[in-house]
Ligand binder design. Structure first.
Ligand SMILES: *[C@@H]1O[C@H](CO)[C@@H](O)[C@H](O)[C@H]1NC(C)=O
Ligand SMILES: *[C@@H]1O[C@H](CO)[C@@H](O)[C@H](O)[C@H]1NC(C)=O
Ligand SMILES: *[C@@H]1O[C@H](CO)[C@@H](O)[C@H](O)[C@H]1NC(C)=O
Ligand SMILES: *[C@@H]1O[C@H](CO)[C@@H](O)[C@H](O)[C@H]1NC(C)=O
Ligand SMILES: *[C@@H]1O[C@H](CO)[C@@H](O)[C@H](O)[C@H]1NC(C)=O
Ligand SMILES: *[C@@H]1O[C@H](CO)[C@@H](O)[C@H](O)[C@H]1NC(C)=O
Ligand SMILES: *[C@@H]1O[C@H](CO)[C@@H](O)[C@H](O)[C@H]1NC(C)=O
Ligand SMILES: *[C@@H]1O[C@H](CO)[C@@H](O)[C@H](O)[C@H]1NC(C)=O
Ligand SMILES: *[C@@H]1O[C@H](CO)[C@@H](O)[C@H](O)[C@H]1NC(C)=O
Length: 897
């Protein structure tokens, strides 16, 4: 991943160099958003941005929190601090609910725990005009970490910083009401740390480290602009905030090195990675016999007595002592010596001392020189942390994962469904009952009666393995009553009364011991034994991989009866599937057992679609992902269509596939390192697509569609062209994917009348919706929408503008402003050629002509796009046919360009 990130930077730099002479550059800060693993949220902000002072990319909080409202601090309050003032000026406040949470998903592996610095800034700034600063509690996960009281900080700010080892997939940061006032937060930051630093001698589970003090001593002796402020990112790779303070205290004399450039050998042994700015200043006592003394309570508000504290001492010898002379350090903390042997400092070798003991209630230390020392003691920096013992155990991770999946699958928006589901007990989610709070809490009862649930019964219910009661009554659930519910070992009550379930009741459920099953009020559920029996079919199919990464999809489905490949194309074309025509050198067929091993028993979910879940895994060295379709006939049909098309059609601008096997169906796609285009256009995504990359993506996807329309006989209409179906590979080349809704015309006629309209709202051709007549021009329309999204960065339906359709929005903007710049994605920061941009908009508008006859064909679009930007040097050689680009869907002639 790191390599990838660097590459993007290089790409961006090239794009920048290429464009710098041609266009106005407003700022280059957007090119710097490569803060590895950082999550930086400016709560309450309306737009993402790159912070000028630090180069940190700040996102809005839309993706992290579902409740609360945005506010600006009063213009009378000045919060313009250099390094974080901008974040303090917007807030998210939570007038409703007791506990409101942000959910952060750091990028560590599922069973890897990692250490993070988590920091929240709080400000009030009289945003509500009431002059009443709030106080409230801050939790991380289930642990209370701070009682925030802004009364004395009403015109300034407060921040809480925690270092924590995290093994769960997500971290909840929650604000909890502790009185009548409304909790607000200004920003939230997460920084990955090296797991080898900030250890404590305490037994597992490691306590949380609450930052009490982090001081860069000696730095106020530096000339401005140094020393006035704080040091943080990029000086500090971990973005710790170092306060410049304490150098005239009680005989502490600054010692400054002009410049410091540690060689890489020194650096690599220094795992705490203190910034050079911090290390090059120190304090020294006046003479060898005089210690550097520190007493927290004397200098600051007294420490909370019942707590344990922990201090990290940072040293760097910045004075070159005469040969043979040594500086030898002794440290006492709360009157106890903490070094087993004195510390001999070496020139320019950083050392961090982490004591073997904690200190109770106070932090007093002496850094002294031993009697053998030739120089007085020095100190470069130190940190004081309060230890917060993890008291409550969170709900079992698998239960949390399952209930979070259920929440998102059914879009359940209950106010208190935030944070840990069971803990603390007083904030447990409505409708849940959890087991014993002495050990790891488990969900034992889930009541979602009358909760407006729509769609199928989700697989995730089967992961709640301690469940005894599941009440899903009075909803609009449809599809089958799944057999997997029978696998819940302790299930005693299952109530699905009053839904729209259909098909038979699985035998396993009927026969499950001690299960009280209520199924009344499901008119299509067949309760008698006359139902035809379902048979479980597992179908692996196998596909090509061009690059190093692969997605492998496997489908495990239940069918009313075993179905051969038929349906949309009719039996005649079945022959297409009876032989593998693209033979990869590797093994093609996978058994279900192999799929289990590849995915490590479906351990990690990497994506969810309407019809299935994509799991991550490894085949040998290669990363793969496996898609399991939800047990639905409809999904099955879509999968079949996809399989049919992709086994026959090969083109580098389409997701490739190479084979199948009789018993099972699986699709292997080339893994797309950068996911889908929709995600990349969202301002939540840190990787910014340059104008050139966007043009390339437009051309690639147009070429893919052109191929389907013009070079496939009979032609294929994709029917679901949208940005989330355009995937990006490691070079940001685009591939059209998801042929589940595609239509292959069984004769040479141009049009086809379909009984059922299909597609995605926002992308559907209005003419097709009215006439039911499907032609390639419907794809052209959808592609026009995709082009507008690429240009504007807005989704097809602008949620932020009262669900305005993008075409309306573009038209109204162009009518009002007349300037192309008014619709261009602001994230491009003006780095594009207006001429080219207008031409692309022109092509998009032609594609969007209300009458399909007036729209260009895809091959005209491709030509236009190529003409649009000769100077942009777009790589059109990439979209060549693969060797086996035989598009003989009907078994007729193959063709090539
Ligand atoms: C765990 O972390 C190590 C080192 O960072 C990495 O090599 C390994 O792949 C990770 N494992 C998982 C399951 O993510
Ligand atoms: C992850 O956990 C599973 C089961 O707990 C274990 O089999 C596997 O080896 C672990 N992987 C790593 C990389 O630690
Ligand atoms: C907040 O601090 C103010 C002033 O220090 C104090 O008067 C008030 O009681 C505190 N509020 C809470 C809830 O602790
Ligand atoms: C953490 O630091 C150690 C020692 O410098 C280093 O070997 C290791 O690679 C680092 N781990 C990460 C994840 O950076
Ligand atoms: C060291 O400094 C202290 C305080 O300035 C002073 O009292 C003491 O006499 C000095 N000792 C020597 C040996 O200079
Ligand atoms: C620090 O040293 C001074 C003078 O040597 C002594 O009086 C004091 O008790 C020491 N404090 C600690 C915490 O060791
Ligand atoms: C370090 O300081 C402690 C407390 O003042 C003292 O007992 C000990 O002898 C000192 N160690 C050395 C090596 O000077
Ligand atoms: C679920 O909640 C509803 C009302 O919210 C209640 O009528 C029903 O009895 C509950 N179900 C169970 C199993 O407790
Ligand atoms: C199932 O739910 C329905 C509607 O909520 C209720 O009337 C019925 O009593 C429930 N059945 C059982 C066995 O709890």
């Amino acid at each position: 991943m790191e390599r990838e990130t660097r590459r993007i930077v290089i790409l961006n730099v090239w794009a920048w160099l290429a464009l710098v002479s041609l266009f106005t550059i407003h700022t280059n800060s957007a090119l710097e958003n490569n803060n590895p693993g950082f999550i930086s949220i400016d709560c309450g902000s309306e737009a993402a941005y790159s912070h000028t002072e630090t180069g940190i990319w700040f996102e809005t909080d839309n993706d992290y929190v579902g409740t609360g409202s945005n506010h600006m601090v009063s213009s009378n309050v000045n919060l313009n601090y250099r390094d974080y003032g901008r974040q303090l000026n917007t807030l998210r406040c939570f007038p409703k609910g007791e506990r409101n949470c942000y959910t952060l998903k750091p990028q560590h592996g599922k069973n890897n725990s990692s250490k993070y610095l988590i920091r929240a800034f709080f400000s009030y700034g009289n945003y509500d005009g009431k002059n009443e600063a709030p106080s409230f509690d801050m939790y991380i996960g289930v642990n209370l970490v701070d009682k925030v009281n802004l009364t004395d900080y009403a015109d300034t700010y407060w921040f809480t910083e925690i270092i924590q080892t995290v093994s769960s997939e997500s971290i909840d940061v929650c604000l909890v009401k502790s009185g009548p006032t409304i909790p607000c937060i200004a920003s939230l930051e997460l920084r990955p740390l090296n797991t080898s630093i900030y250890h404590t001698p305490t037994a597992a589970p490691q306590p949380l480290l609450y930052l009490q003090l982090r001081i860069d001593v000696g730095s106020s002796a530096l000339p401005p602009p140094y020393g006035d402020y704080y040091f943080r990112y990029k000086d500090d790779v971990y973005d710790r905030i170092w306060r410049c303070d304490l150098d005239d205290t009680n005989g502490w004399y600054p010692l400054v090195m002009e410049s410091l450039n540690l060689d890489s050998g020194r650096r690599s042994s220094d795992i705490y990675k203190l910034p050079s700015q911090v290390l090059r200043t120190a304090v020294q006592s006046p003479n060898v016999s005089h210690p550097l003394q520190f007493d927290y309570d004397n200098l600051y508000a007294p420490l909370d007595k019942p707590y344990e504290y922990y201090v990290y001492f940072h040293f760097l010898e910045i004075q070159q002592l005469p040969i043979g002379k040594k500086r030898i350090i002794n440290i006492t903390l709360n009157y106890q010596t903490i070094l087993t042997q004195p510390l001999v400092l070496e020139y320019l070798k950083p050392v961090t001392i982490a004591p073997q003991k904690t200190s109770s209630g106070s932090v007093l230390f002496n850094v002294s020189a031993t009697s053998e020392s030739d120089a007085p003691p020095i100190l470069n920096a130190f940190e004081v942390y309060k230890l917060i013992t993890q008291l409550d155990l969170p709900t079992q991770a698998r239960d949390v994962g399952a209930i979070v999946d259920i929440k998102s699958a059914y879009q359940i928006s209950r106010l208190n469904w935030q944070g840990d589901p069971c803990v603390p007990k007083q904030y447990a989610w409505d409708g849940l009952i959890c087991s014993s709070y002495n050990t790891v809490p488990r969900i034992t009862s889930l009541n979602l009666s009358s909760s407006n649930l729509k769609g199928q019964i989700n697989m995730s219910f089967s992961y709640l393995t301690e469940l005894e009661i599941l009440d899903l009554s009075q909803n609009e659930l449809e599809g089958s009553l799944p057999e997997f519910l029978a696998q819940l070992p302790k299930l005693k009550i299952l109530n699905v009364t009053g839904n729209k379930l259909s098909g038979p009741i699985p035998k396993a459920l009927k026969e499950k011991a001690d299960l009280q099953l209520s199924v009344e009020g499901n008119p299509y559920l067949c309760t008698s034994s006359t139902c035809r029996k379902r048979k479980k079919v597992v179908i692996p199919l196998v596909v090509t991989f061009v690059g190093a990464f692969i997605i492998l999809s496997i489908v495990s489905l239940s069918f009313l009866r075993r179905r051969r490949l038929q349906g949309v194309m009719g039996t005649k074309k079945l022959s297409c599937f009876n032989k593998i025509e693209y033979v990869n050198s590797n093994k093609q067929e996978f058994t279900y057992a192999e799929v289990l091993s590849i995915t490590n028993n479906f351990e990690k979910v990497v994506g969810k679609g309407a019809y299935g879940t994509v799991y991550y895994g490894f085949k040998g060295e290669t990363q793969v992902a496996v898609k399991i379709l939800s047990p639905s006939t409809q999904g099955f049909q879509q999968f079949q269509t996809e399989a049919k098309i992709l086994t026959r059609v090969h083109h580098t601008c389409l997701t490739p596939l190479i084979g199948y096997c009789n018993e099972a169906t699986a699709l292997i796609y080339k893994y797309m390192a950068y996911g889908d285009l929709a995600n990349h256009l969202s301002d939540k995504n840190q990787i910014l697509l340059s104008w050139k990359q966007r043009l390339q993506i437009a051309l690639d996807s147009a070429t893919g569609l052109e191929y389907l329309h013009k070079y496939c006989k009979p032609p294929i209409v994709h029917r679901d062209v949208k940005t989330s179906n355009i995937l990006l590979d490691e070079d940001f080349h685009a591939k059209v994917s998801d042929f589940g809704l595609s239509k292959i015309f069984s004769n040479e006629c141009d049009t086809h009348v379909l009984t059922k309209i299909a597609g995605t709202p926002g992308y559907m051709d209005p003419e097709y919706q009215i006439t039911n007549k499907l032609t390639e021009k419907s794809d052209v329309y959808s592609f026009g929408i995709v082009l507008l999204e690429i240009i504007t960065g807005h989704p097809a339906i602008l949620k932020t503008h009262e669900n305005t359709h993008i075409v309306q929005w573009v038209n109204s903007m162009l009518a009002d402003e007349g300037e192309i710049d008014s619709i261009m994605d602001p994230r491009l920061q003006g780095i594009y050629d207006s001429e080219t941009a207008s031409q692309v908009v022109h092509v998009a508008m032609a594609c969007l002509a209300p009458s399909s006859i007036k729209r260009p064909t895809m091959d005209q679009v491709v030509k236009e796009l190529k003409q649009c930007f000769p100077m942009e040097n777009i790589d059109d050689s990439i979209c060549i046919f693969t060797e086996f680009s035989v598009a003989s869907i009907s078994g007729e002639s193959s063709l090539a360009r």
